[in-house]
Write a protein that binds this ligand. Structure first.
Ligand code: PEP
Length: 262
């Protein structure tokens, strides 16, 4: 099902009090603003705060507001010191998990195959994977960005059945735009999202492609959210820096509501 999603990736930021306060503030905003059912709001707090953040989501918001891990492992349990099983995320009330963020690919050398295993395990556990893809600057400059992102999907997602693929959310995040303040232009985002949808249609079918939620990520903030979210193939954003403050994150949610209404 294709949703409009505003997701916040908090990365390795905030302390427990700040994480609690931010969740509380977003929850309050959602309680005071009736969001259309097509819009979902997701936060990805650091692992130690996940359970606490889940508890700050009030009952009236629990179909709109979800929590996700920033990462997960490929096994359910065992001698894997330092890892978090998808089952554990599920157990504490998470609904989503980020897989393949460029920082995981870069600093932890996560390969296509490893990411494919994580996707499989997340789906088996009934977590919704938010699968991140995107090219580095030199790839964009060489003009091979579409082929690069195609390989990322082909190697880590296209083994999935139609049924399983339709449960995955994709986040296109050009690496050169993450945390840099440089945002893809609305046309650059739209072109890549349209290319992804075409690729999915060729691999699966046009119905699956039309129903895939594809988010944009990379220096998305209140000042540029409207121009990005109003692109026909951009279904929302994965927000890093601007998700760490309640006022900027809720402003992005309000922009999403405005775009959906217009
Ligand atoms: C991210 O890390 O997923 C991200 C998009 O970060 P930022 O919004 O800070 O560029």
């Amino acid at each position: 099902m294709r949703y409009k999603i505003v997701a916040g990736n908090w990365k390795m930021n905030l302390n427990q009090n700040q994480a609690t306060q931010l969740t509380h503030d977003i929850n309050k905003y959602l309680s005071n603003n009736n969001l259309p059912k097509q819009i979902k709001v997701v936060i990805h707090p650091p692992a130690p705060y996940l359970a606490n953040c889940v508890n700050y989501i009030s009952e009236d918001n629990n179909t709109t507001f979800g929590v996700g891990g920033q990462n997960c492992y490929t096994q359910a349990s065992g001698a894997y010191t330092g890892e978090t099983a998808p089952e554990m995320l599920k157990d504490i009330g998470c609904q989503y998990v980020l897989i393949g963020h460029s920082e995981r690919r870069k600093y932890f050398n996560e390969s296509h195959d490893f990411l494919a295993e994580k996707v499989n395990k997340a789906l088996e556990t009934r977590l919704t994977p938010i699968f991140c893809c995107g090219e580095a600057l030199e790839i964009r400059e060489a003009g091979t960005h579409e082929a690069h992102v195609e390989t990322q999907l082909r190697e880590s997602l296209f083994h999935l059945s139609k049924d399983d693929f339709s449960k995955v959310i994709i986040a296109y995040e050009p690496v050169w735009a993450i945390g840099t303040g440089v945002t893809a232009t609305p046309d650059q985002a739209q072109d890549m999202h349209a290319a992804l949808r075409k690729l999915i249609a060729n691999q699966y079918d046009s119905n699956i492609a039309e129903n895939t939620t594809i988010l944009y990520g990379g220096s998305c903030k209140p000042a540029n959210a409207e121009s990005l979210f109003s692109q026909p193939d951009v279904d929302g954003g994965l927000i890093g820096g601007a998700s760490l403050k309640a006022d900027s994150f809720t402003e992005i949610i309000s922009i999403m509501m405005k775009c959906l209404a217009s």
